[in-house]
Design a protein around this ligand. Structure first.
Ligand SMILES: *[C@@H]1O[C@H](CO)[C@@H](O)[C@H](O)[C@H]1NC(C)=O
Ligand SMILES: *[C@@H]1O[C@H](CO)[C@@H](O)[C@H](O)[C@H]1NC(C)=O
Ligand SMILES: *[C@@H]1O[C@H](CO)[C@@H](O)[C@H](O)[C@H]1NC(C)=O
Ligand SMILES: *[C@@H]1O[C@H](CO)[C@@H](O)[C@H](O)[C@H]1NC(C)=O
Ligand SMILES: *[C@@H]1O[C@H](CO)[C@@H](O)[C@H](O)[C@H]1NC(C)=O
Ligand SMILES: *[C@@H]1O[C@H](CO)[C@@H](O)[C@H](O)[C@H]1NC(C)=O
Ligand SMILES: *[C@@H]1O[C@H](CO)[C@@H](O)[C@H](O)[C@H]1NC(C)=O
Ligand SMILES: *[C@@H]1O[C@H](CO)[C@@H](O)[C@H](O)[C@H]1NC(C)=O
Length: 313
């Protein structure tokens, strides 16, 4: 049942695979082994499942190690969905805190484009937030009070999601990313072909495949969750992602329902767009208006700043 992976996207990736791999090996061969030793160790204790479509899901259960969702009896899974050799999408899935069996499944996507959904997880609606000392604490206002939630770092190249891995670091002085040719790199970076997955519509296709892999793997990962009710919640550039993704998912649903393709039809409930950029050309001129004229009775700045802001937009 290879159908769902052989999208135009997967084909493009396969075509470019040889080239990318060669480039990557070249980069690796120039490593100074002393430098390479400074890279973070590969994670240990990673479990793997293979979905019916032969997609691998590599994961750990961070909550069981005291990380993030530590509410007793609430499971969480984090790791990678490997669609193929060049497509590794980072995910973190949390069970709902109450009755996860029946709770809907919500996909959360931050915006950007290029914002990692870990922002939403750790700073907004996720089950835990992070102290300055990098320990996590439980967020009582998490969406997971009511829903199972899947966080995806997407598209490839965002957050921990990658096509190929390369050594690299953020230069602490310049704040700029340095690759393996720079002395003293200490991290791993997601390497991608930036022009391969560079539109909202392509991101929708890519995420649909990742979601299909996740949902068909879910019975092995967390067999208790049976609900197929689906929500998509997103923010900011999600004003573009939300409608485009839902539209594509809807088209795929129709193809599944009339037997053109195989897959898991998504039972849509809600689409949420928070603070969305729908049409910046229309929205931007209203930022200064809203700052001084709003239903909260707040005057965020004076006439001088207002006039500058009007001029800038
Ligand atoms: C690493 O970065 C340098 C400087 O930006 C660039 O010239 C070089 O091509 C890069 N090497 C790789 C393997 O990407
Ligand atoms: C599953 O994928 C692996 C490579 O990831 C491949 O070696 C294997 O032949 C595939 N199995 C099937 C049944 O397609
Ligand atoms: C981290 O910071 C929090 C909040 O200040 C504190 O309660 C906790 O004890 C700290 N943990 C460690 C390991 O320092
Ligand atoms: C990156 O992808 C684009 C679009 O598919 C392709 O034209 C280009 O050759 C690729 N670049 C590399 C280095 O593979
Ligand atoms: C599934 O639900 C049963 C019954 O509530 C529970 O005992 C079991 O631990 C659950 N399994 C997982 C993986 O949470
Ligand atoms: C299935 O639905 C799609 C979208 O509505 C349509 O384009 C296609 O012709 C349909 N195929 C069949 C076999 O009914
Ligand atoms: C404030 O906004 C309302 C609604 O757009 C508008 O009707 C009104 O004229 C505005 N007031 C001022 C002082 O700009
Ligand atoms: C308006 O606000 C700016 C920024 O706070 C301040 O620098 C400026 O002095 C203010 N102008 C007046 C007339 O109050």
């Amino acid at each position: 049942m290879k159908f769902s992976l052989v999208s135009s996207l997967a084909l493009l990736i396969t075509v470019n695979e040889a080239k990318n791999t060669a480039k990557n090996l070249q980069a690796r061969s120039s490593y100074n082994p002393k430098r390479a030793r400074q890279l973070p160790a590969a994670p240990e204790g990673v479990k793997t499942i293979t979905t019916p479509q032969n997609v691998t899901i590599r994961y750990k259960e961070p909550g069981k190690e005291g990380v993030c969702e530590t509410t007793p009896g609430v499971n969480s899974y984090s790791g990678y969905i490997d669609l193929d050799e060049n497509s590794h999408t980072f995910f973190w899935f949390f069970e709902a805190r109450h009755n996860p069996e029946e709770a809907p499944i919500t996909l959360w996507l931050n915006g950007g484009p290029g914002s990692d959904s870990m922002i939403g997880l750790f700073e907004e609606l996720g089950p835990c937030h992070i102290y300055e000392n990098l320990t996590s604490y439980v967020n009582p206002y998490s969406f997971t009070e009511a829903s199972n939630v899947l966080f995806l770092s997407q598209p490839l190249g965002v957050g921990f999601s990658y096509s190929q891995e390369e050594a690299g670091s953020v230069n602490p002085v310049t704040g700029v990313y340095e690759n393996a040719s720079f002395a003293g790199v200490t991290g791993r970076y997601p390497a991608i072909n930036a022009s391969l997955l560079d539109t909202t519509d392509l991101a929708a296709i890519a995420s649909w495949h990742v979601l299909q892999a996740f949902l068909t793997g879910l019975p092995q990962l967390d067999s208790n969750i049976t609900s197929k009710e689906f929500n998509l919640w997103t923010e900011s550039y999600g004003g573009h992602y939300g409608p485009a993704f839902y539209n594509y998912f809807y088209e795929q649903n129709q193809l599944i329902e009339n037997g053109t393709i195989e897959g898991v039809a998504l039972n849509f409930n809600t689409l949420g767009v928070i603070n969305g950029i729908i049409d910046e050309y229309i929205q931007a001129p209203y930022y200064p208006e809203f700052a001084v004229n709003n239903t909260y009775g707040i005057t965020a700045y004076n006439d001088t700043v207002y006039n500058y802001a009007k001029f800038a937009t």
